[in-house]
Design a protein around this ligand. Structure first.
Ligand code: TXE
Length: 489
């Protein structure tokens, strides 16, 4: 593909914006210039918020029936599906993820958009008739208004689709700030939404850096809700921004999830789950099962199998259909991952596989890496590495497994492998995370909400709960018939 150039998409128009510069995106897998995104300024954000406000207050979108909004969203889903290969290739170029996972992301985006279309039809409130004679209360559900969405680089199209179609289904108007590393698919999907019949100004995209446009957007007095996905550090900054104007927010942040394997699990499936848990999407995944806990009685054999299979993973060109691990997002991130691996070795964890930067200067590749005998005091047990690095810790009892899994500042997801329903439920109930999956890993469906606890944030993405984030309840209490005076003077 040739180098793509993107300008802001504001009020239904492609606009140059106030900024003069462009952000150049080089492929993390070889350095080729793959895209240029307009470098936004606070003025561009102001324009986009203004366009969204006008579309929300005066435009047709929030006033359309649920059926009409669903029709537009279903057309958007069709268009994303029809452009599957093109969009997947853009994700590969900009993110460095293997092509088969990029195609999965686009399929996920289609599914999320179709599900959001169904929610547009189901947006409803409730009625109380049991609150006293002559009284009826209507709880109506309304669009929350103009929403600011900030997305990260690891799943650009997929995470966008966890937010944008849900906001649109509710009747909101959107200003999206995609990651400065991977803005291409946001502009592509905004153009497809316009083609699907979305009115001008309902979906605006401004590209640029987080510290300038992201910060200005999330602190903007003209927005009604912020949905953010990214690092815990930036997430707390975003919450500080929104609190200035008492704006509601939802922040989905990092994770350090446990993948717990009990001796009575289907061990073949659990080995595959261990690999999927940490090597999916190069390990650049907030719900990755980066801490593997294995029950001692099976540990030696199980870990040997995980190491053996991981050794066969192919690291390299993300466009190669057989590649399992592509390039990391950029040089700084590769250096961070490599630094944490060095720390793991220095602090005494046992390196069982990999441990090195791979591929020379042609790209930001890192070998599949496994550390055994990782202790809770070690840095690699605690810090989100966000790369293909697994830490393995052995445990004896259910009690140990729960204690170790919960010994983290994060609380996004956890995984349990056991054929014993008693073990699964006992452990699942005690794990402190928004998501627990048993005998599967990094699984899901558009209907299932994702949420974090502790350092992983708050608020919901996807599912009915994710949709309701973009809505607001209004309580309408109506009195009919004679009303006894309260001040009969
Ligand atoms: O994230 P940032 P980065 C974790 C992962 C990774 C680390 C750093 O551990 O190594 O975070 O990644 C925008 N106001 N995750 O630096 O900075 C930014 O432009 C408003 C986990 O890329 O959080 C981008 O669009 N916005 C995560 C988005 O925030 C700001 C996915 C995320 O960037 C801003 C990604 C500001 N002041 C990284 N500063 C997950 N939960 O999946 C930056 N941004």
């Amino acid at each position: 593909m040739s180098t793509r150039s993107y300008h802001h998409f504001i009020g239904g128009e492609v606009v140059d914006g106030a900024g003069r510069g462009a952000i150049e995106r080089r492929s993390p897998a070889g350095g080729r210039l793959v895209a240029r995104y307009a470098e936004g300024t606070p003025d561009d954000i102001d324009l986009a918020v203004e366009a969204a406000r006008a579309a929300f207050e005066q435009g047709p979108w929030p006033r359309m029936s649920g059926l009409q909004r669903a029709e537009v969203l279903n057309r958007l889903a069709d268009l994303i599906r029809d452009n599957r290969e093109r969009l997947a290739r853009i994700e590969v170029e900009e993110v460095g993820k293997p092509i088969r996972f990029a195609r999965g992301d686009i399929d996920g985006a289609v599914g999320l958009t179709r599900y959001a279309a169904s929610l547009a039809m189901q947006m409803a409130g409730s009625v109380y008739t049991n609150i006293g004679a002559g009284k009826t209360a209507l709880l109506t559900r309304e669009a929350v208004g103009v929403v600011a969405l900030v997305t990260p680089w690891n799943f650009p199209a997929l995470i966008l689709s966890q937010k944008v179609p849900f906001a649109l289904a509710a009747g909101c108007a959107v200003v999206l700030k995609p990651s400065e590393f991977t803005s291409g698919s946001a502009f592509e999907i905004a153009a497809l939404a316009a083609e699907a019949g979305l009115p001008a100004g309902v979906f605006n995209v401004v590209s640029g850096y987080g510290a300038t446009v992201g910060d200005h957007l999330t602190a903007h007095p003209g927005i009604d809700f912020v949905s953010f996905t990214g690092s815990t550090r930036t997430g707390s900054r975003v919450v500080a921004n929104t609190s200035r104007h008492l704006v509601k927010s939802s922040v989905e942040l990092g994770g350090k999830s446990a993948n717990i394997v009990f001796a009575d699990a289907d061990l073949e499936a659990a080995v595959d789950g261990a690999l999927m848990g940490v090597f999916f999407n190069n390990g650049e995944c907030c719900v990755s099962g980066s801490r593997l806990f294995v029950q001692s009685s099976i540990a030696d054999d199980f870990i040997a199998k995980v190491v053996e299979r991981s050794r066969r993973l192919k690291v390299g060109d993300p466009f190669d259909e057989d590649t399992d691990i592509g390039a990391l997002i950029d040089e700084q991130h590769l250096a961070k991952v490599a630094g944490l691996v060095r720390t793991g070795i220095e602090e005494g964890a046992e390196l069982a596989l990999g441990g090195k930067v791979a591929g020379g200067s042609a790209g930001h590749f890192h070998e599949a890496t496994i550390f055994d005998r990782v202790e809770p005091g070690m840095t690699i047990f605690r810090e989100e590495i966000f790369g293909p690095v697994l830490s393995v810790t052995r445990f004896e009892t259910v009690e140990d497994a729960v204690r170790l899994a919960n010994d983290t500042a994060y609380g996004l997801s956890n995984y349990v492998w056991s054929k014993n329903i008693d073990t699964v439920l006992t452990v699942a109930k005690r794990l402190k995370s928004g998501w627990v999956q048993a005998n599967t890993v990094i699984d899901g469906a558009p209907q299932l909400p994702l949420t974090g606890v502790k350092g992983s944030g708050f608020g919901y993405e996807m599912g009915q709960a994710g949709f309701e984030e973009f809505t607001q309840l209004k309580t309408l209490l109506i009195h009919t018939g004679p009303r006894a005076p309260v001040f009969p003077v």
